[in-house]
Structure formats: structure tokens, C-alpha cells
Design a protein around this ligand. Structure first.
Ligand SMILES: *Cc1c(COP(=O)(O)O)cnc(C)c1O
Length: 232
């Protein structure tokens, strides 16, 4: 099969699924935004997705992202950093992205704030939450989130937008929903406390429906659009 036409089709299918799940779970139309997760995906595939209307991309590795940004410099793309953050990469991340979704500590938030060039708009950030503590090491634990959110709001060069999570892999739809429901609860409690957050980034290729059912506003989809990841 011709790879490029398959990406156009995949993208169309994923977009259709999102709109169907919005209806099915009584979500407002177009309340879920699609981000293409393109770590280890080629420029050609990204190009094809761009030609078919995708404008938001998430990358996990700084060097790979910087190379892609240069090659796609003439495109109108919103770049999100969604990978683990090493402290020696923070300056470049703060300079080159519009969003960072994987903020998990005060130290990282402060450093992003301090390195964000002041001639750019504030860096949009999400706090990454580790909803099931045993399964993964990344993310703040749920009971740390409110204090971290408070801290982020005190920093002028970053703008707290919401929460992100990567729950443990499970094929059980009910299990998936349960985890996402936890995150949604935390998100709602932030809103109740007066935080101006609007982004609940949850749901990937294999748990898209459960995430939308539980209130996701942004899904991060890789393989369902771009196919299996390759080493570039
Ligand atoms: C890779 C990745 C995704 C996409 O995963 P798929 O299962 O390929 O859709 C989403 N979010 C993050 C943070 C990722 O690293």
C-alpha cells in the first residue's frame, strides 16, 4: 500500500472517530483537539498529515524535534513537547516549543520559566500526572498536583493550561475509563479551586474512546495515524 495515501486515510478515520465519540458521549462538537504524536516518524509522513490539515504536533526527543522544526519552518505548526524532560535540554525546549505537556516538578517549571525568552508569549504547560503510581515513574503524584499548579501560576513566563497523563496499558475499556475518570476528577477540582485550566490531555491510539468518554479535550495520536514507529 502507498504509505502517503494511507496517512491521509488514517487521519480522516481518526478525525471521524473523534467526532463520533463526541456525539456518543454527549461531548460538545469539536471539543476534542487532535495532536499528532510524531516521535520516530518521518518528515514525509508529517508532511502528508500537514497537507491533510493536521496542525498540532507533539515530539518526545529534543534533537529530533529541532531537526523537524527546521525542515518544516515554512509551515504553520503548533509544537508541543510531550516527552521526559532532562535538565540540560530545558533551555532549548523553552525556546522552541509553544507547549510543554510533561511538567512534573517545581524545579522543571521554574527552569522553563527562567529560560523562556521574554519576547515570546508565555510557554503553555500541562502538569503530567502519574495516575497509577506503581506503573510509571514519570509525572507528579495526584496529591502533589494542586501545590504544583499553584506554583506554576506564580511564574510569569509559563501559562498553566491543564493536565496530561499516560495511564498504564490495559485492553479493558472499563479499566481505561477508570484511570481517565481519576484525572478528570483532579481537573474538575482544580477548576473548582479557581484555576483557569481548559486542557485535559489524555487518550492515545489505543484508548481514544475511553479518554473522550471521560472528558478529554486533547488526544495525542501516533501509530493510528502514522503507523509503526521507525528509528530515523
Ligand atoms: C508516543 C506517545 C503518544 C502516542 O502514542 P500512540 O500509542 O502511538 O498513539 C502519545 N503521548 C505521548 C506522551 C507519547 O509519548
Amino acid at each position: 500500500m502507498d504509505e502517503s495515501t494511507s496517512i491521509a486515510k488514517n487521519l480522516q478515520r481518526v478525525n471521524m472517530n473523534i467526532r463520533e465519540y463526541e456525539k456518543l458521549y454527549q461531548r460538545s462538537e469539536n471539543s476534542v483537539v487532535l495532536l499528532g504524536a510524531t516521535k520516530n516518524q518521518s518528515i514525509e509522513k508529517m508532511q502528508e498529515a500537514i497537507d491533510n490539515g493536521l496542525t498540532i504536533f507533539g515530539e518526545n526527543y529534543l534533537q529530533e524535534a529541532l531537526e523537524k522544526m527546521e525542515l518544516l519552518a515554512n509551515k504553520k505548526i503548533e509544537w508541543h513537547y510531550i516527552g521526559p524532560i532532562q535538565s540540560n535540554k530545558i533551555k532549548k525546549i523553552a525556546e522552541h516549543f509553544s507547549w510543554v505537556q510533561s511538567v512534573s516538578s517545581e524545579k522543571i517549571a521554574k527552569s522553563l520559566n527562567d529560560h523562556r525568552p521574554t519576547d515570546l508569549p508565555p510557554l503553555n504547560i500541562c502538569i503530567e500526572v502519574n495516575i497509577n503510581a506503581e506503573a510509571s515513574k514519570s509525572g507528579a503524584s495526584p496529591n502533589e498536583v494542586l501545590a504544583l499548579a499553584e506554583y506554576c501560576q506564580s511564574l510569569p513566563n509559563i501559562k498553566l493550561k491543564g493536565l496530561m497523563a499516560i495511564p498504564k496499558l490495559t485492553n479493558s475499556f472499563e479499566e481505561q475509563r477508570k484511570e481517565f475518570r481519576e484525572l478528570k476528577k483532579l481537573f474538575d477540582s482544580m477548576k473548582e479551586k479557581g484555576f483557569k485550566v481548559d486542557t485535559l490531555s489524555m487518550g492515545m491510539s489505543d484508548d481514544l474512546e475511553a479518554a473522550i468518554a471521560e472528558g478529554s479535550t486533547m488526544v495525542r495520536v501516533g501509530t493510528a495515524i502514522f503507523g509503526k514507529r521507525e528509528s530515523l
